[in-house]
Design a protein around this ligand. Sequence first.
Ligand code: DC
Length: 221
Amino acid sequence: MSKDLKKIVVAIDGPAGAGKSTVSKALAKDLGLSYLDTGAMYRSLALKAQRLGLVGADEEGVASLMSTTSITFGTGDPQPVFLDGEEVTADIRTAEVSEFASAISAHSSVRRALVARQQDLVATGGVILEGRDATTVIAPNADLKIYLTASLEERARRRRIEFEQKGETGDFETVRQQIENRDHRDITRNDSPLRVAEDAVIVESGGVPVDQVIARIKELL
Ligand code: DC
């Protein structure tokens, strides 16, 4: 790989359950680049707020926490996440934290604080970043912007399998409804709604093996 490729920034956007994490992680590993899971940052802040007894609607309270919060990543799969030095890798993946993270991600001041932190992390390059404003807000000048997508049914099916693997239950209809609600919230929110960036390439992940999705993205690179 040329030196330039080692400095590239690839931004991967898309709706819940489209396979952003799986694809981003695999691509980062394949290319020897770092992987930035921006959703884990919302989740970590949500966990901290929740532990402190804040409510999701407390925009200023949650946003102001960021100035005294450290969120860092280790290496490994799953990628270890540290909140103020404490490993919270599993704690940030519960359904409760997912809901809280979704609620706080609708607040502009929370987003501003997190986006600033994310842009610092991306500035040096050599990053595959993932998140639903990765291509539109965090890294609009990324070398490659991908909008990964799959049908609602396929995304719900994957989420359900993920829940089962964690020992959580959820019948298909409930999971499907949760994803549909999240889509609606993400698409209609005022600040940084989920949308396809103008020069993003739409990549379909439904029914396509991960290695083929990776091959397609590498081709685009
Ligand atoms: O991708 P995820 O499920 O881990 O994200 C957790 C929540 O944070 C989800 O509700 C979407 C939100 N999020 C966001 O608004 N912007 C990002 N860049 C990443 C995640």
